[in-house]
Design a protein around this ligand. Structure first.
Ligand code: COI
Length: 355
């Protein structure tokens, strides 16, 4: 089904909440823009999407996703460019990843037109909500849930795709303190670790709560067989700078193919930095720390962008990294990606999608 922006039904609010947006004090995920997009899938096809005022939903308590978690999401950001126009960063990459998640979770593909053009129309109508201060953005949350009214266990036949948006400031206020997890597991081969399925995040809550009680901020997840190979950090991909090499775990079905991860790899390679995507053991990280060659460690993700790590604790080893102000790679990446997103640097990869 070919849908253009003209096929989106628009019901614009007459009661904007834009005065609630305080550009100087934006917290992540607290305030939502005026509108949302909704599209329903029924009888094997997507119906006409609708943009309507942000508001509550009314759903049967028997709705499938409440019970069995057939639910996936994405995270995308829109920025104000140097001319004050909103641009969306790499939405086609998120669209493709959403459909990889959908396939694994037995959900229908979301057409590009609904995902990308729907997003463009939504950001356009709420363009005043895209903040312009340094380090801020409009966080865009597309998601899809199964909406059959049926508590029997089977792949659903009805689905709802939605997009909501929220002005966003920094996700982490300071560098994160990391506990290297060697008991709980985030992802197994053959599982859903490579998807943005809601269940991946739900399953991480208990282990994360436990390490927060111990004073850490996030978990460095390791593989479930040896508890040695590092996978991801919290909700982000992870990078280590050892000597002059930047290392990140190679993609597999246990690792999310992060769009920020890919952007980081791309700009580092272009700069001529030595980059390796490969298996990385916690023992190698400990040895590098002991040898004084562990220079930097950071997470990457849409929400947090580049999140520096202050220290890592693995069993009885407590590894403190050099002060972030001395880092070269992460600080350069933050600046470089910020410059590209806001149009201060040429968009040679065509990552910016005009609204
Ligand atoms: C993102 O970076 O977009 C994420 O998915 C993290 C999110 C769970 C807050």
């Amino acid at each position: 089904m070919a849908i253009s922006t003209l096929d989106i039904k628009i019901n614009q609010t007459t009661n904007s909440r834009i005065q609630q947006l305080d550009q100087a004090n934006i917290q992540f995920g607290k305030l939502y823009a005026d509108h949302m997009l909704v599209a329903h899938y029924e009888h094997g096809e997507w119906k006409q999407p609708e943009i309507l005022p942000f508001g509550n939903l009314s759903l049967s308590p028997a709705t499938t996703f409440f019970h069995y978690g057939q639910a996936i999401f994405e995270g995308v950001k829109a920025y104000k460019d140097v001319h004050g126009n909103p641009v969306i960063f790499r939405p086609f990459d998120n669209w493709k990843r959403m459909n990889r998640s959908a396939e694994r979770m037995a959900m229908p593909d979301v057409p590009e037109e609904i995902f990308v053009e729907g997003m463009r129309a939504l950001v356009n109508i709420d363009r005043q909500w895209v903040p312009s201060t340094e380090g801020t953005s409009l966080y865009i949350r597309p998601f899809m849930v199964a909406t059959d009214e049926f508590v029997g266990v089977k792949p659903a036949e009805k689905f709802m795709f939605m997009i909501i948006t929220s002005p966003a400031g920094p996700y982490y206020a300071k560098p994160v303190s990391i506990f290297v997890q060697d008991k709980f597991v985030r992802a197994f081969p053959g599982g859903i670790g490579f998807t943005k399925a809601a269940g991946n995040y739900g399953a991480s809550m208990y282990p994360t709560m436990k390490i927060k009680e111990m004073g850490y901020d996030q978990i460095l997840w390791t593989d479930g067989f040896t508890h040695k190979l590092v996978q991801e950090i919290g909700t982000m991909n992870v990078f280590f700078v050892i000597g002059d090499t930047v290392i990140t775990p190679e993609l597999s079905d246990t690792i999310l193919a992060g769009v920020t991860r890919d952007s980081v790899l791309t700009v580092l390679r272009e700069k001529g930095v030595k980059v390796e995507e490969r298996q990385l053991s916690i023992d190698e990280i400990v040895a590098a720390h002991e040898a004084g060659t562990l220079k930097e460690a950071f997470g990457t993700g849409t929400a947090a962008s580049i999140a520096p790590i202050s220290d890592l604790t693995y069993q009885d080893k407590h590894m403190v990294l050099p002060p972030v102000e001395q880092w070269k790679t992460a600080n350069w990446l933050k600046q470089e990606l910020g410059d590209i997103r806001c149009g201060r640097k040429a968009d040679v990869h065509h990552w910016l999608f005009k609204v």
